[in-house]
Design a binder for this molecule. Structure first.
Ligand SMILES: Cc1ncc(COP(=O)(O)O)c(C=O)c1O
Length: 341
């Protein structure tokens, strides 16, 4: 069996998780409610310090609902140039909410408060205005980078100073919280709506949540239904997410340690330069004479699956189904492949 480091979404539900799913108490969540979904939503709202949370089939749908709720058609949404919402959601913000996304380049690896401030246009009769800022924490494209609380607060106050809402794509906010020791609620207090995912490091098969005020999420229920996200006996899925919160949150630090060990084994091999990982994602930058696609294929042939991030960058992600011994094997194999590429 190859060691699969393509994403933290490749995990399979454990037997205990499958049992929790099979035994879930369920109802029709579109008609009159599913008790397990209610439990999950209450748990997430409490963890994030928000009034209410709503269960979604995917992070993409929850992000797009956040954009829909907080923006206005014909205005712009400001976000980091490498944001998931820009690159991997099929222009959903434009297609569904009728907004223009404007990528903002920070002076470092991600958009900072100064760059955001500079990107906000002065009010004028000749240019469009912004309604929303989207943040991402951890930041996937920047290699699972944690945006520290102080920076999140600075970004949020620039947005609020200008009357803009903030949506937080927190697909991996769990990892940010574990790595930094900052509570989920402190991170969430920087945003109007927050998306968290259960199908990444937490290892559930499906699902995300969008949290915010009761009034906003009331409207969010309608938007989710319009997007086709009304789910019936979804307690079967919510049970997996609840089980993941109980059993996987404390385990995420292991993934971070495995990522650090892999980075140590690979950095410098064949001239490769590894972005020092802060959480579970390792980005490997190749020197100009190496072909990243060829390296990905050679690694797969040697039993390690990684993903092609760009022409010069490879991504490896650590998750529940990769232990310390597999990490060592994967790191040594990858280093060998890089030396010979
Ligand atoms: C940062 C980030 N946001 C959003 C998503 C979307 O989540 P989903 O795959 O559940 O739609 C992902 C998925 O990889 C992600 O990495």
């Amino acid at each position: 069996m190859p060691i699969d480091l393509r994403s933290d979404t490749v995990t399979k539900p454990t037997p205990a998780m499958r049992r929790a799913m099979a035994e879930a108490d369920v109802g029709d969540d579109v008609l009159d409610g599913d008790p397990t979904v209610r439990r999950l939503e209450a748990r997430v709202a409490e963890l994030l310090g928000m009034e209410r949370a709503l269960f979604f089939p995917s992070g993409t749908m929850a992000n797009q609902t956040g954009v829909w709720l907080l923006s206005r058609p014909g205005t712009e949404v400001l976000l980091d140039a490498g944001a998931h919402i820009i690159h991997y959601e099929y222009a959903g913000a434009a297609a569904l909410s009728g907004v223009q996304v404007r990528p903002v380049q920070g002076s470092g690896p991600v958009m900072d408060a100064a760059a955001l401030r500079a990107a906000i246009r002065p009010r004028s009769p000749f240019t469009l205005s912004a309604t929303l800022v989207c943040l991402e924490n951890t930041h996937n494209g920047a290699g699972g980078k944690v945006i520290p609380l102080a920076e999140m607060r600075a970004l949020s106050s620039v947005a609020r100073e200008h009357g803009l809402h903030v949506h937080l794509d927190g697909a991996r906010l769990w990892n940010a919280s574990v790595a930094s020791g900052t509570s989920l609620a402190d991170f969430a207090s920087c945003a109007t709506t927050v998306m968290v995912s259960f199908s990444k490091g937490l290892g559930a098969p499906v699902g995300a949540a969008l949290a915010g005020s009761r009034a906003l999420l009331e409207e969010g229920w309608t938007v989710r239904k319009r997007l086709g996200g009304g789910m019936r006996q979804s307690g079967i899925l919510a049970a997996a997410a609840l089980h993941a919160l109980d059993t996987q949150l404390p385990r995420l630090a292991d993934d971070h340690a495995h990522a650090a060990e892999f980075a140590r084994l690979v950095d410098g091999a064949g001239g490769a330069c590894v972005v020092p990982p802060e959480t579970n994602i390792v980005m490997i930058d190749l020197p100009g004479d190496k072909d990243a696609a060829a390296v990905v294929s050679a690694a797969a042939a040697a039993g390690v699956l990684v993903s092609l991030w760009s022409r010069t960058r490879i991504r490896a992600v650590f998750h529940r189904d990769v232990d310390a011994a597999m990490t060592r094997t994967a790191g040594e194999t990858m280093a060998r492949v890089l030396e010979h590429a």
